[in-house]
Design a protein around this ligand. Sequence first.
Ligand SMILES: [Zn+2]
Length: 453
Amino acid sequence: MTHRMLLRSGHVVTMDPAIGDLPRGDVLIEDGKITAVEQRIDADVDAEVLDMTGRIVIPGFVDTHRHTWETPIRGCAPDATLDDYFVDVLDTFAPVYTPEDVYAGNLAGTLECLNAGITTLVDWSHINNTPEHPDAALQALTETGIRAQYAYGSANTSLSDYWFDSGIVMPGDDVRRIRSTYFASDRGLLTMALATRGPGFCTNDVVTAEWGLARELGIPLTVHVAMGRLAGRFGMVKQLHGLGLLGPDTTYVHCCYLSEEEWRMVADSGGTVSVSPQVETQMGHGWPPVMQAIEHGLRPSLSIDVVTTVPGDMFTQIRAAFGAERARVNADCWQANLPVPDTMLTARQMLEIATLNGAHVAGLEDRTGSLTPGKRADVVALDATALNMAPVHDAAAAVTLSADVSNVDTVIVDGVIHKRDGRLLADVGRARRLVEESRDRLVAATEARKRQT
Ligand SMILES: [Zn+2]
């Protein structure tokens, strides 16, 4: 029997240009798929009806790069630059991570996403210190029911071994094992990518081997480029071009210091872009290049990156990008004594970047990112009657400029309700206990390690 769910009388912002906004509309979901978005849908008597009166209904947010494993060390590096982060996080906590810590981090971190209306997550998991680590990460992703692209990354047991001209290739056999064990189909809730370190951090042989591995397995790649004092000067995209490795299967994260030539290389090769504006402005990665990406014909997405140093929600990223980008244009126009151009980022554009563009970047635009009949039902409803949202003049702007996590009322992934009436339908107490125990274990282990050296 078909399971029908009807979202009734919401202010529906579909992010599908062919459908637009329905100030009072219904969304019909059948067996996890959106089958109709109309002003009024007369559902069968057997449909589960969710009253969306006073709610703004949007596609779920897509976070295109988060090191979810870091959830147990949330806030451990509040004042860190990127250089500090390598020492304080990657060289301090990462080496002592057990599979249990990865499980706890991915469990609590993924529930944090769902609670905040992030329905798709690219889990950039460079914590595979043993073969048990990726299994632990995937177990948590599977249990929570989020849509995720699991990006298998390297171990992180030593900064010098893994980041300073590293000669260690990710273990191909284990990557193949994970691919065949968990990803028999590329149509499931979980998909796979390879989280690579890239040129500058690794020797050319390692880079070539890892890109080859991803292509052998038919999975996309994701790589941090052009950020911070060090990697900002590596010319990583140019190096990849020199190795003949650029392609449409690669996501470039940060991109703050890409040269004009490299921007064109990314665009011409069909690559995609993930910008982490709060991290980039705060930690010295460089300016969040949202407009630069757009000017090169790309469709940038947003990502959270690290909760060691920034908040884990999409509203923060939207505002950081919007404020930073407009500040730059405003400053240029002040200098030139000119009015601002009409290409200034808009509040509505930010919602597109945080949803539809994210789905594009994660390679999932055929199934999520907009409320389009035929796509899977990844839907978020925000309580627009809350004091920080009412009254609403412009629904898209209310989401991007007024809302916060407290307004996330209903969260549906693949047709399954994960949050309703502002309450997460998961064992939050257990997740918090595990992540607190993990924090205690990690802090004790780093102190024991310090005493040994
Ligand atoms: Zn990152």
